[in-house]
Design a protein around this ligand. Structure first.
Ligand SMILES: *Cc1c(COP(=O)(O)O)cnc(C)c1O
Length: 381
């Protein structure tokens, strides 16, 4: 039939990206600074609201690394991190010689469990070390339990780094994700809701912290005519060419969010009569999810043939990509020695969960193919 593969999520250009890039070429702003970087930061600041300041960086991982540095995390410190996440949330803790303390998820949003978070904090304090920071993640665009997590953080006076890499365009109680943390981060990697081909940002409410982040991201040069350094710096600034893509992408962000939300509705319709299949969506109307990826779990159905792995393989034969959820960090070989607080919520989500194609550029005919394949699978089991 000669159809092409359907992917989970691919870059989706709006059309004006090229215009901003051409301008960078015309004006010879190819260096990692220039008007697109400043413009992209302004676009993000206006979009997020709440008076935030944004520093555009080379990746979300770089933003997390700088956030931890700015909170003073050092060798021997402990940092609490949601276990069910992409490894990039946790790796920068280890870059600094600190230890990640992993916390389980709750069922409603699959994000950090407030119950196990508090348990972890109390136990670490009892063992003699108060955690230096908490990394909460809005996984697959679903806001974590913002009120609960932040009130616990406040009670113990521990700053929160909000990993909003997957959640640009999501909000909680009408406030945008990416504005809740003491420091927050965004990612513009190729598969995210908008892309700069590779990029990220650090978000803060403090203009001085934005300046500090840019200082660290550009090799920490002191004010002097020669190159002088009193601190260790990094090469983490976003380039002016990449920021040009970002400016074009900001023009279509809300449209992309709407498309991904429609795709989530489409999956809800497909699975509505299937006991044991849960299509994740907002637990309450105070949550607004960009549905970066639609997530389903398949469990507790009387028919053992209706399971995650069989659906994944069925879709693969139809040339449709789907993927298990992130494997929890506490189950990763590289983090086997890190402490974990929880039960098996994240682990069960990993063994029963599947991410389905959710790209904002999916065409009608591709949705039809996905629908036919899933209906075919459901009929067969
Ligand atoms: C993508 C991602 C990151 C890292 O962002 P990069 O820009 O790829 O470095 C961090 N956390 C989560 C949850 C992510 O999905």
């Amino acid at each position: 039939m000669g159809h092409k593969k359907i992917w989970l999520s691919t870059p989706h250009m709006g059309g004006n990206e090229q215009k901003y890039i051409n301008k960078a070429f015309e004006e010879n702003w190819i260096a990692p600074l220039g008007p697109n970087v400043v413009g992209f930061e302004k676009d993000l600041e206006n979009y997020l609201g709440e008076g935030v300041k944004v520093a555009a960086l080379s990746s979300g991982t770089a933003a997390l690394h700088l956030a931890l540095i700015m909170l003073g995390v050092q060798r021997g410190d402990e940092v609490i991190c949601q276990s069910l996440t992409f490894a990039a949330s946790a790796n920068p803790i280890v870059y600094l010689g600190a230890t990640p303390i992993f916390v389980d998820s709750e069922e409603e949003t699959l994000n950090m469990s407030p119950y196990f978070l508090e348990k972890a904090i109390r136990d670490r304090i009892k063992k003699g070390k108060k955690p230096k920071a908490i990394i909460g993640v809005h996984l697959y665009g679903m806001p974590y339990k913002v009120d609960e997590i932040h009130s616990i953080a406040k009670k113990y006076e521990i700053p929160v780094i909000e990993d909003s890499a997957e959640a640009l365009g999501s909000s909680y109680k009408n406030q945008k994700c990416g504005t809740f943390g003491d420091l927050s981060i965004l990612s513009f990697n190729g598969n995210k809701i908008i892309t700069t081909s590779g990029g990220g940002a650090l978000v803060t409410k403090d203009a001085g912290k934005k300046e500090k982040a840019i200082f660290l991201a550009t090799q920490a040069r002191d004010q002097a005519p020669h190159y002088q350094h009193s601190e260790i710096g990094y090469n983490y600034r976003l380039s002016n060419v990449c920021a040009g893509i970002g400016r074009g992408q900001m023009e279509v962000l809300d449209d992309h969010v709407q498309k991904r939300r429609n795709i989530n509705d489409f999956y809800k319709g497909l699975f509505k009569d299937q006991t044991g299949v849960k299509v994740y969506s907002e637990p309450k109307n105070t949550y607004f999810c960009n549905h970066w990826l639609t997530v389903i779990t398949i469990k507790g159905n009387a028919n053992p043939k209706l399971n995650r792995e069989r659906l994944r393989l069925f879709l693969e034969i139809e040339d449709i990509e789907s993927r298990p959820l992130w494997k929890p960090m506490h189950l990763q070989p590289v983090f086997q020695d890190a402490p974990f607080y929880g039960e098996s919520i994240a682990e069960n989500a990993f063994t029963t969960g599947l991410c389905l194609p959710s790209g904002s550029n999916l065409e009608q005919e591709e949705m039809q193919r996905i629908g036919d394949a899933i209906n075919g699978f459901l009929k067969e089991v």
